[in-house]
Structures are given as C-alpha cells and as structure tokens.
Ligand binder design. Sequence first.
Ligand code: PAF
Length: 281
Amino acid sequence: MEIIRKVSSMREISSQILAARRTIGFVPTMGCLHDGHLALVRRMKQLADVVVVSIFVNPSQFGPDEDFGKYPRQLTRDTDLLIAEGVDYVFSPEAEEIYPEGPATTVEVEDLSTRLEGASRPGHFRGVTTVVMKLLQIVRPTLVVLGQKDAQQAVIVRRMIDTLFLGTELLVLPIVRDEDDVALSSRNAFLSSGERRASRAIYRALCDAREAAEAGERDPEAIVGRAREIIEAEDRLRIDYLELVDGNLLRPVTAVEGRMLLVAAVYAGVTRLLDNVEIAT
Ligand code: PAF
C-alpha cells in the first residue's frame, strides 16, 4: 500500500489506473477508522480493481466552536488497518494542498444543506461538498462509497454528483452498529461509560417509532413523539433534532407514506451523535 501526500501524485496515479482501463473505488474518510469504514473498504475491494482511501480531517466542515482541534487522529493505526484490508492507496494530503492560499472556490447544494445538520452546523455541508468535490476531481473514482449514518451527507453528495454531472457512481452502505446497538462513529471515543450506556436509547427509540409506523400509526408527530419520549427519559441525553423526513429531499413529512427517514442528532454530554432508521410504508 502506498501513502500519497501530494495532489499531483494522486492525480498521476489515477490517470495511469484509468488509462489501463481499470476501475477506481474510493472511500473518503477523516481517519480514526472503525468497522463502519472498514465495511465500506471491503465492499470497494469487491467492486473495484483499485481501492483508494482518503484520510483528511477537513477543516472547512468544522464550525469555529466545533471539535476540529480535538478530532481524533491516528494515521499509523489507520494505515495498518488499511494494509490488512488490501487497500492500494491512501491519500492523506496536508490542508495546504487541498486549500491553496488565495480566494477559495466552494461548492454548495442549496436548500438541502441548510436543514437538520445544516441548521445546527451552518456551513458544515458547504465544507463537505467542497472537499468531496475536490477529492473526486483528484482521485477520479469510478465508484465512491459513503455510510448511511450520515444520511443527509449522502443525500447531498448524491445531489451534487447528479446536478454537476460528475459521472461517478455513489454507493451508500447501511449503518454498522456495535454490540450494544450504538452506531459506530469516531466520536464515540469521547463518551464516558455512563454516556455510552445512555446512548443505547437512541437506536431503541428510533426502532420503537419505526415499529409504531409499521403497525399502522399514520400521525408523523405521534411517531416522532414515541422516539422523543424514550430519548428524553435518559438524563444524559439531549435531543438536538429528531425529525421524520422524506427519503429524497429530507423535507418533514406531513403524511406517513413512501420511503422516509427518522433522523436524530442527540447530545450525550458534550458529544453529538447521529443516527437514523428508514421507515417504509
Ligand atoms: O463522512 C466523512 O468522514 C466526511 O464528511 C467526508 C465525506 C470524508 C468529507 O470530509
């Protein structure tokens, strides 16, 4: 496995791979890899000839008061894990490579970027789409894969790929959970044992709401209310948002029908956790 630091080197390598008519599967990450990331890597190994993983803690997707400084970084451990998975290239550039000095170019998907996560974290999705666009231009993958845990991110990146005619295929893989059902996330490392125990209520709440919908509940507020009650029963948890939205454009649903997502952002102490379940009627 080769670790690439320079944009120019990564572009050159991708050119050669594509010229040889081989496919590139790409897994963009911010490192601190867990089994959720490794599931994405394994799927890319099955689907593409060459697998590239990027490890880049992207400054532009963190707000000024957010955890960019303390976001966990462990490149050596990450690269060891990726060697074991048979990854071909790790692209891990310095921030100056990705964001050269001078006026910046940004990419933003309107409307979708300002709701849910976007409302709580202004500018976050502009940072995500800008960096993903840059990474796609550098790596030029045939196939890119993201996890469903960041459901809104996946919807927004899909919209960017479609509306900018990028031609890359996007695959979104299901959430991977720990044995206690907490969705895997690099931020779980910040949880105390009490917060971790309390966090189990999030998925339990989402499942309870989904069961209610599957059993015929047709009032969106009643469905969300079921989940809210379970989460609010935990002292250590505080809901940032909890909404039932349509699966395509993430608008709050007025009627319970079709493919929907129940999405949650919940603070456990100071750590903000995301989770979601699909609800289909
Ligand atoms: O999901 C993430 O880890 C990041 O948002 C991504 C897609 C790698 C962009 O920095």
